[in-house]
Design a protein around this ligand. Structure first.
Ligand code: COA
Length: 262
């Protein structure tokens, strides 16, 4: 266990668990670093066949830590190195990614699922990407991957309108494989990871690469998104949204109307 990321093994699966329930599993920079380190280690370890990702019962992840966003909004620099490192690893990994998401998956907690090869959820899972409401733009390649997966209008509904997708809708849209009872989630995910681990490794890696397509295109879109995300992050609108969340109040965007200043 390090930095609210618990790393364990289940046979040939490396299991990563986000463990920050008191903050709804929001991801801090240290947690991105721990996740990226573990994925890199697992990629290099011949005894690891599959990466598995879980949150906590009832909460997968509330996305990026908003306090961290606010701190970054105060600086003019680039996005934190470990955040970029983690995000850019997602399309680059060669071993399958399998996720079990029980409860809310917000922001990057939802968009990272687009990089997973198998996704299992529960009836209480909701995928939510409220980037616009925070004065931000879609990230982690979602502006490219989501419309491809579900079509423009549903991607727009989710990424721009900020409409949450509940488990059944996410399944119908092709975002998740199966909805299972919360108490069965872990067993279903680990049994599936084990089935993958039994496959011939190079055929598995090749099949996965063929199905996922060229990662360079996703990477290029991620870099474009990151640049735009960074400029949104330092805007007054975004700062107001972050402050409002932390102060548990509604944001007041009206004061920016007509000012032309972001
Ligand atoms: N960053 C930092 N802290 C967060 C957080 C986040 N993304 N999400 C939740 N928390 C914290 C809350 O501030 C609260 O802390 P406190 O107990 O010290 O006040 C604690 O986690 C519990 O959250 P709370 O909002 O009280 O729980 P809830 O069940 O009412 O709502 C959410 C859960 C996830 C719906 C709500 O917390 C939320 O909307 N979080 C922000 C999600 C988000 O916009 N993420 C960024 C996407 S780009």
């Amino acid at each position: 266990m390090t930095d609210a990321i618990e790393i364990s093994r289940s046979g040939a699966a490396q299991v990563l668990r986000i463990v920050r329930p008191e903050k709804k599993n929001a991801l801090t920079q240290a947690m991105y670093r721990a996740l990226a380190d573990a994925i890199e280690t697992g990629e290099a370890d011949g005894s690891v066949a599959v990466h598995v990702l879980f949150g906590q019962p009832g909460i997968f992840s509330a996305g990026n830590d908003i306090g961290d966003f606010l701190a970054q909004a105060g600086g003019a620099g680039a996005l934190p190195r470990d955040v970029v490192r983690f995000i850019e690893l997602l399309p680059a990994v060669s071993k399958p990614l399998v996720a079990g998401a029980d409860g809310l998956a917000v922001g990057v907690g939802a968009t990272l699922l687009l990089h997973c090869d198998l996704v299992y959820v529960t009836p209480r899972t909701v995928l939510s990407t409220p980037f616009l409401d925070l004065g931000l733009v879609p990230e982690a390649g979602s502006s490219l991957l989501l419309p491809r997966r579900v079509g423009h209008v549903r991607a727009f509904e989710m990424l721009v309108l900020g409409e949450p997708f509940e488990a059944e809708r996410a399944r119908e849209a092709g975002l998740v494989n199966r909805i299972v009872a919360p108490e069965d989630l872990e067993a279903v995910v680990l049994a599936t990871a084990d089935r993958l681990a039994q496959k011939p490794p190079s055929a598995l890696a090749t099949a996965r690469r063929l199905l996922r397509g060229e990662s360079a295109e996703t990477m290029a879109r991620m870099r474009e998104e990151s640049e735009l995300f960074r400029s949104c992050l330092v805007s007054l609108e975004a700062r107001e949204a972050f402050q409002a969340f932390l102060e548990k109040r509604k944001p007041d965007f009206a004061k920016f109307r007509g000012s032309g200043t972001i």
